[in-house]
Design a protein around this ligand. Structure first.
Ligand code: GUN
Length: 295
């Protein structure tokens, strides 16, 4: 079985991005800038935000993190976004989710200038993706990272049956719509399963490419997978493990040991889709910089 190594691909990609940033710095004296806003103290979000900022600096981009207390008002957050929309040194704006309950996430998504929405969450970007204008939008980072993995591993997709399990706005919906497009690493027949789907195994057993984005540890078991399928695991679930230093470990939505005996190729957790997500965020930020500067 082929292990689809997201860690390695993300390192290659980061090296390519760094070379581009170095080149643009020499050419124009300018570099891309990403601002990340985090509201409150959610531990997982803090880890992600720190990691995003660190990777940004590693490849020579300017990164800033705005930390706001958990009781921040929606109005204050929206005003901050407005300032960032008008700041020419900021090419990407990302507001880490989830947000505290007094803040309407959709209002925040709508407030970000679509041309700086490197998360690809704004309806204008999602709408352009659905219409197939990938060169004129931002594709949300996790689905974009999966597309990059399929492409770099030359996974055959044309005419294949892709089953996406999960219908979130961040992963499932953009992923399914991407796989539907007539592109090199897509062009599939697509099925989406979700929490109300009756008999999920009936669908997953027909998948040539199975993308699991459910958020439940080990949900996809070997009996649900067609022999030879390509399995992409988007899940990052913490499960208790007393033998580790922090008392937990990360597992995916796929039962790795069981499914790896059936699949032809598979992404591990950690080290599969996860590292690609940050790399694609930086790729989107670079793309925003290129578009702004006509490069
Ligand atoms: N929370 C979990 N994943 C993401 C992401 O990709 N973007 C944002 N903004 N918040 C998240």
């Amino acid at each position: 079985m082929l292990i689809i190594d997201g860690k390695k691909v993300s390192l290659d990609l980061k090296n390519e991005l760094k070379a581009s940033v170095d080149n643009y710095r020499a050419q124009t004296g300018k570099v891309p800038g990403l601002t990340v806003i985090i509201v409150g103290q959610d531990p997982a979000s803090q880890v992600y935000v720190r990691s995003k900022a660190k990777t940004c600096k590693e490849i020579g981009m300017i990164s800033s993190v705005i930390e706001m207390p958990a009781d921040t008002t929606e109005e204050h957050l929206l005003n901050t976004i407005k300032d960032l929309n008008n700041d020419p040194a900021v090419h990407g704006i990302l507001v880490q989710q989830p947000l505290p309950k007094q803040i309407d996430e959709f209002a925040v998504t709508l407030a970000i200038d679509p041309s700086k929405d490197v998360d690809g969450f704004h309806p204008e970007n999602l709408g352009r993706l659905v219409m197939g204008h990938l060169d004129k939008c931002f594709v949300s980072c996790t689905p974009y990272g999966i597309l990059e993995l399929l492409g770099r591993y030359n996974i055959e997709t044309k005419g294949k049956h892709c089953v996406v399990v999960g219908r979130s706005n961040i992963v499932g919906k953009p992923m399914a719509n991407l796989m539907l497009q007539k592109l090199e690493a897509t062009n599939c027949t697509v099925t989406i399963c979700h929490s109300a789907t009756k008999n999920i195994p009936f669908y997953t057993q027909q998948a040539d490419i199975l993308i699991a984005a459910i958020g439940k540890a080990g949900f996809i078991t070997a009996d649900m997978v067609k022999p030879g399928a390509v399995v992409i695991d988007v899940g990052i679930n913490r499960i208790e493990d007393a033998s580790t230093k922090n008392g937990y470990r990360l597992v995916g939505d796929v039962d790795y040991d069981g499914v790896s005996a059936v699949a032809s190729a598979m992404t591990p957790v950690p080290g599969g889709v996860g590292p690609m997500t940050i790399a694609m965020l930086l790729k989107n930020t670079l793309q925003s910089f290129q578009r702004t500067n006509g490069l």
